[in-house]
Design a protein around this ligand. Structure first.
Ligand SMILES: Cc1cc2nc3c(=O)[nH]c(=O)nc-3n(C[C@H](O)[C@H](O)[C@H](O)COP(=O)(O)OP(=O)(O)OC[C@H]3O[C@@H](n4cnc5c(N)ncnc54)[C@H](O)[C@@H]3O)c2cc1C
Length: 389
């Protein structure tokens, strides 16, 4: 079977890539490693205002994601009972009305599944187990155990951070174990202010309060694996979180709790011959800044634009010139956010009193610098990127 692009993976990255390519009239075959199942995680994603525009383009007329609470301010607060000078600063959007919107992953997956299943340009290969990947002249061959080979001009691998691609192509990764577990909590609460997300820097690790509807919010608390917080029963955990959120919420109640191991992975190059990698396969970063999927969305738009641009100039789809440009254009942003969040996590893990004092005063200086804050907001919301596409 012949197609333009083959995608391996069934996560949000694979689905978004398939839909965006099909929007640009490319034919796609998706290889899930299992039948598409309902997402059971309680994770939510902070989609920046730029990513929301991208989603609305893909979801052609379906605006149901706009029913989720829009975030107009991000408040960052240090929460340390031993420190008398806890810092606090906030980010507001300066160019548009909102910073972004928080949407449960389950909702996004369900929407994307519906669009993919009714899309004529996207074929889902059912339960085919890939046994080999080979290069054949100017195309790539995907060999399965049960059917004749599949051929495409380009293979995109988006099967997550434990990707199978390491077996088939020479991609090099920088990896790091944060030795942290993220508690992902769905909670019911009454908030005193609407349209505000919070990031609390606690001595145990950063805790994000991510509201997505008037009564429901998600809490993501990244904790060292040996943290005593991970040993608390649900009632004690509820008390502990309540004392942190104190002034911002009332009637806080945990509805569900899941745990995620946090590891870092970063590829030195986003492509090899006729293969591109996307999503957590390419870079899996700390959730501290809520940028993982937002970076991936920028990668997807960049890759697609390069493929289309070079195709219209007469190059073959998936030509190395397009893949090289994709790699070069995305490198600075991917490096900045991947390693920036790595450093941010390290900075907040430092317990030394004097170094903490120094970093706190740096944050206070940062808070006073409007130009720097605006630059950061324009980058994190995707404003600069999507307006220069
Ligand atoms: C606690 C936490 C909070 C986060 N918060 C945010 C946030 O607020 N904002 C943000 O932008 N990002 C956030 N992220 C990051 C974001 O969730 C991820 O970057 C994103 O979900 C990665 O999606 P993916 O599709 O690349 O990978 P995955 O979700 O890992 O999907 C990979 C898929 O490929 C499938 N697969 C595996 N092997 C094969 C195979 N051999 N063949 C075919 N398919 C295969 C898997 O079954 C899986 O479905 C957060 C992450 C965490 C852990």
């Amino acid at each position: 079977m012949q197609t333009d692009v083959i995608i391996i993976g069934t996560g949000i990255s694979a689905k978004l890539t398939a839909l965006y390519l099909s929007l640009h009239r490319l034919k796609v075959i998706v290889f899930p490693n299992r039948a598409i199942k309902e997402d059971t995680s309680n994770l939510v994603t902070f989609f920046s205002s730029g990513s929301i525009k991208f989603l609305l383009e893909i979801l052609e007329g379906d605006e149901s994601i706009l029913n989720y609470e829009s975030i107009k301010q991000l408040r960052c607060c240090q929460y340390d009972q031993l420190d008398k000078e806890n810092f606090e600063f906030s980010f507001d959007n300066n160019k548009e009305d909102l910073l972004g919107t928080i949407i449960p992953n389950k909702k996004i997956n369900k929407l994307l599944d519906n669009f993919i299943l009714s899309n004529e340009n996207i074929h889902i290969s059912s339960n085919e187990l890939i046994s080999d990947i080979r290069h054949q002249h100017n195309q790539v061959e995907v060999i399965t155990k049960s059917s004749p080979s599949f051929f495409a001009k380009l293979l995109i691998v988006a099967d997550g951070k434990n990707s199978m691609i390491k077996r088939y192509a020479d991609f090099q990764f920088i990896t790091h174990d944060f030795e942290q577990t993220a508690l992902s909590i769905t909670a019911k609460m009454d908030r005193k202010s609407q349209n505000i997300a919070y990031q609390y820097f606690t001595p145990d690790g950063p805790l994000a309060l991510l509201p997505y509807s008037s009564s429901y919010s998600s809490i993501v608390w990244s904790l060292k694996k040996n943290s005593n917080i991970l040993k608390l029963d649900e009632n004690k955990l509820q008390e502990e979180i309540n004392s942190i959120l104190g002034s911002a919420v009332n009637n806080f109640e945990i509805i569900s709790l899941q745990k995620f191991n946090l590891t870092f992975s970063f590829t030195k190059k986003l492509f090899s011959e006729r293969i591109a990698i996307i999503g957590d396969t390419a870079h899996s970063i700390h959730p501290i800044a809520g940028q993982g999927l937002n970076l991936i969305i920028k990668d997807i738009t960049c890759l697609t634009k390069q493929l289309i641009k070079y195709k219209s100039l007469g190059y073959e789809l998936g030509d190395v010139i397009a893949l090289n440009e994709y790699n070069n254009l995305r490198k600075p942003d991917n490096v900045a956010y991947s390693f920036g969040t790595l450093i941010l996590d390290e900075v907040f893990s430092i317990k030394n009193k004097h170094i903490r004092k120094l970093t706190n005063s740096l944050f206070k200086t940062f808070n006073k610098n409007k130009t720097l804050k605006n630059y950061f907001v324009n980058s994190a919301t995707g404003y600069d990127y999507f307006n220069n596409l």
